[in-house]
Design a protein around this ligand. Sequence first.
Ligand SMILES: [Zn+2]
Length: 113
Amino acid sequence: MFIYLNVHNIFKPAFLKPMKKSVTSKELARERIETLFTHARERLAYAKRYIALARKIATRAKTPIPKHLKRQFCKTCNSLLVFGKNATLRQRGALIIRCLDCGTIKRIPLRKQ
Ligand SMILES: [Zn+2]
């Protein structure tokens, strides 16, 4: 009878093995971020909390927040940016988004054609 022994697994302690993060965990994180942003839009009173949670999930799962959501919150005060209410959007060679809650300015350069 042949008994297969995985030598590498025996001599390598568990803490030395590289942590494998499955692709599904990242997909799950992305899904959670999307749902948290939809909840933030529905309940503006809790928007800051939802966005803080979404950002925490993104850092834990090592996934970037999607581009279209990245422009919808202020990274300084975590508030949901609603243009015309608590944020302004101007175009001066770049998109200039200003948060009216804390005054932070975000510049998104436009590509030259
Ligand atoms: Zn802000």
